[in-house]
Design a protein around this ligand. Sequence first.
Ligand code: ATP
Length: 416
Amino acid sequence: MTENLGLQLEQHLPTALLKIIRMAGEIAQERGEKLYLVGGTVRDLLLGRANLDIDIVVEGDAPLLANLLAQKTGGKAVVHPRFGTAKLRTPEVSLDIATARTETYPYPGALPNIRPSSIEEDLSRRDFTINTMAIQLNPDSFGELIDLHNGRDDLENHLIRILHRNSFVDDATRILRALRYEQRLGFQLEPDTKKLLCCDASMLKPLSGDRIRHEVELVLKEKEPEKVLCRADELGVLGRIYPALSNNTQMIERLKQARSQIPSISLVLSFALITYHFTPKEGDEFIIRLNLPSAKAGAIEDMLELKHRLGELDYPDILPSRIYLLLKNYSLHAVRACALAHESALVRGYLQLYLDELRFITTSLNGVDLQQMGVPAGPHLGNLLRNLLEAKLDQRVSTMEEEESLMQQWLKEIET
Ligand code: ATP
C-alpha cells in the first residue's frame, strides 16, 4: 500500500510554503503534468529533521510552471530554460523547480549530458537510496510517497547505499557526499557501497579544482566537519584530495578545538586550519588543486608565512608594539588561524591580544595635528606618527595631552 505523508507535510512545513506547494500542484494538474517534492526534504521529513531547502520536480516544463507560480503569488522566477530549471522566490519562501531529467556521463568525472524524462528516471540518476524518495504534489494524489529504490528501508536501517556499482565512477563527488550524510545522520555505509567507495576513491583525482573545492566546502560547512574528515581519512579518501591532508590527527583535533571556541567558524578560517601543518610548497599546490579563490588562497599563504615567523614572539614580556609590528602585515584570517593553532600558549596569547586589543589602538593625534604643530607633510611626519603609535601601544602615553607633550619633546630633540 502506498504511504501518504500529507499529514507530515502539513505538520512540518511552514504554512506559506505548504500553500505554494499546493498551488504548484494545482497548476501542474491543470496542465496535465505531475509534480513531486524530491531529495533531501523528503528524507529529512521522514527523519523528523527540519529541511526547508525545497526541491520540486515536474514531469513537464519547470520554467513555465515557475513563471505561472510567480504570476499567481507575486513572486519572482529566475528560469534557465536550457537546463529546464527555475528558482521561485516570494517574500516568504524560496524553492527550486526542475524538469524531470536523465543524466548520462560521456566519460568518468565529466559533467553529465541531460535530457527531459520521467520521475522514475530522474530518481534513478540520484546518489543514494535515501535521496531517491519523492512525494506527489498533484491534488488527486497529494502526499503519496514514491519509493522505487527502497529508500524508506535504508532510512530505517540507517544505511547509505548507492544505486548502482558505477555510481562513484560516474561522479566521484558522491564519495564525499556519502561521507557527509553518513556522519551527519549517524548512519553507516552499506558494506558494498563502502567497498566501492574505497576502490573508487582514486576517481577523485580527475575531478576539476572547482568541483572538488565545492565538495570540500560542503564538508567544512557541516555541523561537525571533523567527523567527516576523520572518516574520509580512515577510508583513504583525504589523501586523494591532497596527500598532505591525510594521516594527520592533529589537523582534525585542531578543527574540532577551533569549532568549540568559535561555533560559526568561517570557511576561510576552516581552510587555514586544515592546512596549518602544510609547508609553503604544499600550500601552493593545494591552492592550485582546489583552484581556491584569492581570499582563501591569500589566507593560507599568509598563515603559512606567519607561522614561520612566530618564533620571534615566543618570549615572555614582549613589547606590544613588537607584536603589532609583526602582525599588522598579515591578514586577520592568518592571525586568527595561528592564534587557534600555534603550539606555544605564550604566542597564542600574544596573537589573541593583538586580535582583541592591539589592532584597534590608534593615536589621538593625526597628520593634520602634527602639521599644525609645525611638522611638514612627508615621510618624516609618517615616521613620527608611527613612533607615536608604538608609544601608545606600549602604554608610554595614553591621553591626548601625553601624546602632545611626547611629540613636543621629540620635535625639540630634532631641533637641537
Ligand atoms: P543537504 O541537506 O546536504 O542539502 P540534499 O539531499 O538536499 O541534502 P542537495 O545537494 O541539495 O542535497 O541535492 C539535492 C538532491 O539532488 C539530493 O537529495 C540528491 O537526490 C540529488 N543529488 C545532488 N547531488 C547529486 C549527485 N552528485 N549525484 C546524484 N544525485 C545528486
